[in-house]
Design a binder for this molecule. Structure first.
Ligand code: 5RP
Length: 296
């Protein structure tokens, strides 16, 4: 029998207006609930930032150094990542579903490193993204590349498909070998992706003017790590990026090719989530690395 509607026993708190909370991520306030929920799994609502562990490199270059055996090298890092960026092949074959991490699925592909890289197409069906419960789909966008328009259209198609089901799209700005990596280029590339509907954007960090890239992009930017550099330099890059407006990192090689990947990812976390300085984070890296070596 339904509860009798006896008003005196109920609390309506008529004197307290209902809270209407804003959303913590730049430019995401008008997204639908499902999109916001997925973005809040990728980005930590407390810091507003994310440490995405990227290990999707095999989709165009096969067994990349450090990713030859993902079961051995990457699984131990998962507890320290907020988000995993990977292909569906690796997700299904190696990553335990119980890992319960936000998944950003590589959704474009086609050419290998032996061919013209910008000729990618959408390489996953939206049904499979739903089946895999992904939090976002990642698509490479080659502004200035030979197949620029095709890659931009891949992105807009994914944005449309994802919007139907509440799944955000991450636009990954890809830089060709001969293209300038400067603030002017990344302002153009990131802004184009945002204007055309991407929910967040991966860029590279540039020493000069990076704050102008984040300032004129209306949605969150995360920075890729790029080629392996010394640990302290990678921590400085991550620090400068977040202090200049990035909402976190999408870092691969500078973590999984580090001398101590578990120490490195924890040091990166300290910089991204706790605003730790690069020198202090590097001390943490060395402490954890030495501890790991002793316990072997
Ligand atoms: C590959 C990618 C990578 O996921 C991205 O570049 C991050 O990896 P790294 O830090 O090694 O550059 O998009 O195309």
């Amino acid at each position: 029998m339904p509860e009798a509607d006896v008003k005196e026993l109920k609390s309506f708190y008529t004197e307290i207006p209902q809270k209407t909370e804003g959303f913590f991520l730049k430019g995401c306030g008008s997204l639908d609930w499902g999109m916001k929920n997925r973005m809040a799994r990728i980005f930590n609502p407390l810091s507003g930032r994310t440490v995405m562990l990227a290990f999707d490199h095999g989709y165009f270059q096969g067994p990349t150094t450090g990713l030859e055996r993902i079961d051995i090298t990457i699984l131990p890092l998962i507890p320290y990542a907020d988000t995993l960026m990977l292909t569906r092949g690796i997700l299904r074959s190696i990553i335990p579903a119980s890992a319960n991490k936000a998944i950003v699925l590589r959704a474009s592909g086609g050419p290998s490193i032996l061919k013209e890289m910008s000729e990618e197409e959408i390489a996953v069906d939206i049904d499979d993204c739903i089946r895999l419960n992904v939090c976002a789909m990642a698509v490479q966008v080659f502004i200035g590349g030979e197949f620029e328009k095709q890659s931009v259209m891949n992105m807009t198609k994914l944005v449309d498909l994802g919007t139907r089901y509440g799944i955000p799209t991450l636009a990954v700005t890809a830089v060709g070998k001969d293209m300038a990596r400067d603030a002017r280029y990344f302002r153009l590339a990131t802004r184009m992706c945002a204007e055309l509907g991407a929910h967040y954007i991966k860029s590279y960090y540039v020493e000069e003017g990076f704050e102008t890239v984040t300032a004129c992009c209306p949605v969150p930017i995360v920075v890729a790590g790029g080629k392996k550099i010394p640990e302290l330099d990678a921590l400085k890059m991550a620090y400068n990026a977040v202090q200049q407006g990035a909402s976190g990192v999408d870092m691969g090689r500078n973590i999984f090719q580090s001398d101590s990947p578990t120490a490195m990812i924890q040091a990166v976390r300290a910089v991204v989530h706790d605003n730790e300085t690069p020198d202090k984070a590097y001390d943490l890296y060395n402490t954890l690395k030495n501890r790991n070596e002793k316990s072997r």
